[in-house]
Design a protein around this ligand. Structure first.
Ligand code: NAP
Length: 256
């Protein structure tokens, strides 16, 4: 069983996308440790199976489905499953891609479209599709995962950074729209977190030293540095917070 003493999410049902590895997996694990039933997903069946096996072996209540967030039929399956097990209280939209490294105006049109399709449009669609179920919850929550790069574009992550800035705006706009339904909408902007996704930034000593020179706390983040804040926002403790973009980046500069 988990060693997390806080059990703020008993009775809640959560969907977390891109949750078989890295930050998404840590979020799914933490929500489940706090008592939620969690539907995890990603594109590859074997990754889903492995993550379900790992979390179930920890005594956590999780179900797994294949979901490529750009595929409407896959997204629909997530919400059908949530409906089947009792509804939906928490949506965490975490998937993102970065198919091309380079400055923003050098990005190919294909890569731009892919980045915006997965990082922004899928988050918009997931939120839109979740709303009917979230309206039936007593305390619906939407949490988008953006990036510190959305505040301060990273060198060579041009288009990706712009897509992450778009999520900050989506958060503000959706929060205003859904406030009358008591559904909160917030966004987490992680700094550099040690995962497969960030491995290019930390793969050699020089690159890692350069990144560390920009992190006042002088260490890379861990997926669990993010998951506690998501659980807080998802819980009753976060009930009066909406439309916020919360940076978790070890003190990295974060001003738009
Ligand atoms: P990661 O460790 O590489 O994990 C990526 C996860 O996403 C895997 O479970 C992968 O599984 C799944 N996935 C990839 N594309 C998908 C898609 N189209 N649909 C559904 N699932 C998909 O990545 P991460 O570092 O945890 O990143 C998670 C989020 O945090 C992203 O939004 C990223 O932009 C953000 N972020 C990360 C950092 C960082 O430094 N790591 C910093 C700021 C923000 P499959 O391969 O099976 O699909």
């Amino acid at each position: 069983m988990s060693s997390i003493a806080l059990k703020r999410l008993y009775g809640k049902i959560a969907v977390v996308t891109a949750s078989t590895d890295g930050i998404g997996l840590a979020i799914a694990q933490r929500l489940a440790q706090e008592g939620a039933k969690v539907i995890i997903s990603s594109r590859k069946e074997n990754n889903v199976q492995e993550a379900v096996k790992k979390l179930c072996s920890e005594g956590l209540d999780v179900k797994g489905l294949v979901c490529h967030v750009s595929k409407a039929a896959d997204r629909q399956k997530l919400f059908e499953e949530a409906h089947k097990i009792g509804g939906l209280d928490i949506l965490v939209s975490n998937a993102a891609v970065n198919p091309e490294v380079g400055d923003v105006l050098d990005c190919s049109e294909n890569s731009w479209d892919k980045i915006f399709e997965v990082n922004v449009k899928s988050s918009f669609l997931l939120a839109k599709e979740a709303v009917p179920l979230l309206r039936q919850s007593k305390a619906g929550r939407i949490i988008f995962i953006s990036s510190i790069a959305g505040f301060q574009p990273f060198d060579l992550l041009g288009a990706y950074s712009v897509s992450k800035t778009a999520l900050l705006g989506l958060t503000k706009a959706a929060a205003l729209q859904l406030a009358p339904d008591d559904i909160t909408v917030n966004c987490i902007a992680p700094g550099v977190i040690k995962t497969k996704f960030s491995s290019a930034l930390t793969s050699n000593e020089d690159a890692e030293l350069e990144i560390l020179s920009r992190i006042p706390l002088n260490r890379l983040g861990k997926p669990h540095d993010i998951s506690g804040a998501v659980a807080f926002l998802a819980s009753d403790d976060g009930a009066y917070i909406t439309g916020e973009n919360i940076v978790i980046a070890g003190g990295m500069a974060s001003r738009l």
